[in-house]
Design a protein around this ligand. Structure first.
Ligand code: 6PG
Length: 243
């Protein structure tokens, strides 16, 4: 596992953007496309804007890139809370990505049906073969959740490599999320974490082996065959001893 600590967010997201470019080239060369799972929350916004900027937009073959969401809030598509709305505004619209290349979560039904429909679309995209994403971008909550794998929720025990709905009591809301098993099938997984408020969660996940994954769900992320990287700024890494 590679943990990189950067002196500031700008340097961090440039390095992460370069990594994504390299992985996209490798994936397209190997299988003709790049299956890219986007993270939600606010942290990725600057990264998405950088990827859509003049500096990076021509470095990736976007026509061969397919976008998925590691999780989605169970709100209507236009809702400001939507992870897909942030991604559209900061990345997808600027790059004029075809709707056929974007796998949006349909939340017009029940949470469990929404999860089933999302899973079916992904299975179809992978032609019924193993679902192995090329790159999964993850954020980290200050409670060490990732995607919508929140502490003490039943989705943490899910061993199936799929999409599940989960009611998150502390937020009083439903979420749609990839299970840890599905994320762990990926070729490359990268956490993007910055800010002082994340330092405790980073320390707990990376350096406290005694803590249980049920309370610190990001500990569940261990790629089966792929690799895991942490892109952290100085502030979020300020409590770490061994990096
Ligand atoms: C979401 C995300 C979630 C996010 C973390 C960090 O739907 O909110 O998928 O897992 O990555 O909560 O969020 P911030 O980047 O906003 O701190």
């Amino acid at each position: 596992m590679g943990v990189q600590i950067f002196k500031n967010v700008e340097v961090l997201i440039s390095s992460l953007a370069d990594t994504i470019v390299a992985i996209s080239k490798e994936s397209i060369a190997k299988k003709g496309r790049f299956d890219f799972v986007l993270s939600g929350g606010s942290s990725p916004q600057k990264l998405y804007e950088l990827l859509a900027s003049e500096k990076y937009r021509n470095k990736i073959d976007w026509s061969k890139t397919f976008f998925f969401f590691g999780d989605e809030r169970f709100v209507p598509e236009g809702d400001p809370e939507r992870n897909s709305l942030m991604a559209k505004k900061s990345l997808l619209e600027a790059l004029e990505i075809s709707d056929n290349n974007i796998f949006i979560v349909d939340t017009s039904t029940t949470p469990s049906e929404s999860a089933n429909r999302y899973a079916k679309r992904i299975i179809k995209h992978f032609g019924g073969q193993e679902i192995i994403f090329d790159f999964v971008l993850l954020g980290l909550g200050d409670d060490a959740h990732t995607a919508s794998l929140f502490p003490s929720t039943d989705v943490l025990d899910e061993t199936e490599s799929t999409i599940k709905s989960v009611f998150v009591k502390k937020l009083n809301t439903d979420r749609i999320t990839m299970t840890a098993a599905l994320i762990n099938e990926a070729n490359h997984i990268a956490f993007l974490v910055f800010g002082k408020n994340k330092a405790e969660a980073v320390l707990n996940v990376l350096e406290n082996s005694k803590l249980k994954p049920e309370e610190f769900p990001a500990k569940l992320i261990h790629p089966k065959k792929g690799n895991l990287s942490w892109f952290i700024d100085d502030k979020a890494g300020s409590l770490l001893d061994s990096y």
